[in-house]
Structures are given as structure tokens and as C-alpha cells.
Design a protein around this ligand. Structure first.
Ligand code: ADE
Ligand code: ZN
Length: 352
């Protein structure tokens, strides 16, 4: 009896320690959509100040609608909420809210997606969107010390022509954008649909990323890395169906930005035990953990780490590798990377 009691005590202490380790470890977040960090309270506040009607009567009503059977169910609600964003200050508030939350999760560097077409197709100018977001990024750097970079995504359910026009607008703000990606409804919109525009993206010197293998097949990941020359894949979980692809991702050191709670909420997996993070780690894939659309999927980045660690029985060493991968996979300079890696090592050596 006493032994069982002591054993449980040790287990609990270990769990608590790992929990603290996860919460405190410095990390980078590489897959988060700024529009997906829009909290219901803020949606209502901005809707009211902009006089935009919402389909829902209250914050609770809206939250109740957050039950998704697939990616499209979610996107319909996500694009609906984004309609209240009209002015530069709205984009500033949205971004600042996220960056403060990131800081509270010990995110020291974040690479944030934005979807300009979600706004420009409603008549909001590209400049309004990007100025609001980047002003918040600058202020957050001073206010809370979070470093950040911006990634523009093309909506893949729209045409390549629309993506090309969006790229033209972005070229006027080249210094504010580090990479260009592809998101929205995956099935039926393969990376090959955007072959020409991504040739141009690379010519202009942007890094290329792409959502691939979230709901779509492993073939879409091949297209993203071979046709678009993506250097980082967002999600990529369907690579589990193709051992040759796993080897390729490992050999070419192409990171995967996995989002466990997103995959769970969008029914990409039935439960978190089925997220292939442990397998990716064992195969030497540069896998990272991220929140995707945290206000919709029940947790910011630490929650993704905590719930995944619990489901997959991840060790402290696994968590360290995931945090280290987040810096190795980021689009920062070598000098910046060295600073973050040293910070990580200091944390590891001083954590009790
Ligand atoms: N846009 C926002 N979240 C997304 C996701 N999980 N997949 C594709 N597009 C998105
Ligand atoms: Zn995403």
C-alpha cells in the first residue's frame, strides 16, 4: 500500500515537473494564422464598434458553433468572423492579442500567417491589413520582447490569377514579409494549381511554405516540395502513408509544422494518440508543434505541447527536441538562431 502511494507521488511529481518544463521552455511558433487567433470576445467587440452584424447573438452562441466535422466546416466560420475586421486598428488589436498570448506561452519567436485575400475580396485594402499587423509586431517586440516574422498565404480555393494579383500588392511591402504560403480548402486544390505564381515568389526572394497533407494526400506534399520548392511543410501528417516521402523529408531536412489540437478538432485524427509526432521524432524528421487557429481549437501552443505529451507519453528529451526544432526550422538569421539556441541551452541547464 505504502509502495503504491509513494509510486503515485513520484509519478505526480514527475508529471508536474514535465508540465512546468513544457510551459517554461523557450520556443518558437511557426504555424499560426492571425485570423485564427480571433477570440470571440474580441470578435463581438470589433463587430460592435464597426457596426457589422453577426450571425450569433452572444459569445456563448458563437462558441457553441465551434464544432467541426472537417476543415471546410471550420473555414466557413473563420471567414465569417474575419468580416468584422475593417480598419488598421482592428488588425492591430487582433495581432497584439495573439502576441501577448504567445509571450505568456514563452514563445520567444513567432512566424505568423495572414490571408490578405480574406480581406481584399471584401474591399479592405492590402495596406490597411499589413500596416495593422506589422505595427503590432513592432510594438510587441518592444513591449513584451517577442520577435516575429510575417508569412503571407494565398487562398488555394481562389484562382492562381488572384494569387498573382495578391503577390503584386505584396511586392510593395517586400521588407515586411519573410515567406509566402498556401492555405484554405485543400482537397481539389493541389499545389500544382499554383506552379507559376510560386516560380515568381521564389524569383522575388521569398521563402516558400505550403499547407499540404492536412486533409489532402501525400501526393500534395510531393507537389509542394518538388513543384513549389517549399522549404517547410505546414501539417504534412499524411506523409505517414508514404515511407519514401518520410525519407525524403528527413534527407532534405524539410520541417513539418504539426498542429495536434487542430488535427483533432478538424477530425484529421480520431484522437491525439494518432498524431504521428513520436514517429516523426524517431525517424529524424524536423517536426515542430504549433497551434494553427488557437481560438477555435481549444488551446495556444503550450496546450498543444501539453496534450500531445500526455497522449504520446513524450519525454523531457522529446520536448527539448521539439523546442530546438522550432528554432532550427525558423526563418531567422544564423546569428538570431545562435542567440535562441543558447537561451534554450541555458534553460535546460538551469531547470530544476
Ligand atoms: N486557414 C486557417 N487554418 C487553416 C488550416 N488548418 N488549414 C488550411 N487553411 C487554414
Ligand atoms: Zn494552418
Amino acid at each position: 500500500m505504502l509502495r503504491v502511494f509513494l509510486q503515485n507521488q513520484t509519478e505526480n511529481t514527475m508529471d508536474e515537473n514535465l508540465k512546468r518544463y513544457i510551459e517554461l521552455i523557450p520556443k518558437a511558433e511557426l504555424h499560426v494564422h492571425v485570423e485564427g487567433t480571433f477570440e470571440p470576445e474580441r470578435i463581438f467587440e470589433i463587430a460592435q464598434r464597426n457596426n457589422v452584424p453577426l450571425k450569433y447573438n452572444s459569445v456563448e452562441d458563437l462558441r457553441k458553433a465551434y464544432k467541426f466535422n472537417n476543415l471546410q466546416d471550420f473555414l466557413d466560420i473563420y471567414y465569417g468572423a474575419a468580416k468584422v475586421l475593417l480598419h488598421e486598428q482592428d488588425f492591430y488589436d487582433l495581432t497584439m492579442d495573439y502576441l501577448r498570448k504567445a509571450h505568456a506561452n514563452n514563445v520567444v519567436h513567432t512566424e505568423v500567417f495572414f490571408d490578405p485575400q480574406t480581406h481584399t475580396t471584401r474591399g479592405v485594402s492590402f495596406v490597411t491589413v499589413i500596416n495593422g499587423i506589422t505595427r503590432a509586431m513592432d510594438d510587441a517586440k518592444t513591449e513584451v520582447g517577442v520577435s516575429s516574422k510575417l508569412i503571407m498565404c494565398f487562398l488555394r480555393h481562389l484562382s492562381e490569377k488572384s494569387a498573382m494579383e495578391t503577390l503584386e500588392s505584396a511586392l510593395l511591402h517586400k521588407d515586411k514579409i519573410i515567406a509566402i504560403g498556401l492555405d484554405s480548402s485543400e482537397n481539389g486544390h493541389p499545389p500544382s494549381k499554383f506552379f507559376n505564381v510560386f516560380n515568381r515568389v521564389r524569383e522575388e526572394g521569398f521563402f516558400v511554405v505550403a499547407h499540404a497533407g492536412e486533409e489532402g494526400p501525400a501526393e500534395y506534399i510531393w507537389e509542394a516540395i518538388d513543384l513549389l520548392e517549399a522549404v517547410r511543410i505546414d501539417h504534412g501528417v499524411s506523409s505517414v502513408d508514404d515511407p519514401g516521402l518520410i525519407e525524403e523529408l528527413r534527407d532534405r531536412e524539410i520541417p513539418l509544422t504539426v498542429c495536434p489540437l487542430s488535427n483533432l478538432k478538424l477530425k484529421v485524427v480520431e484522437n491525439l494518440e494518432n498524431i504521428p509526432v513520436k514517429m516523426f521524432l524517431e525517424k529524424g524528421i524536423r517536426v515542430t508543434l504549433n497551434s494553427d487557429d488557437p481560438s477555435y481549437f481549444g488551446g495556444y501552443v503550450n496546450n498543444n505541447y501539453l496534450q500531445t505529451a500526455e497522449a504520446l507519453n513524450l519525454s523531457r528529451n522529446d520536448i527539448y527536441t521539439l523546442a530546438k526544432n522550432s528554432f532550427l526550422a525558423s526563418f531567422i538569421t544564423e546569428k538570431e538562431r545562435d542567440v535562441f539556441l543558447e537561451k534554450l541551452l541555458d534553460f535546460e541547464n538551469s531547470f530544476i
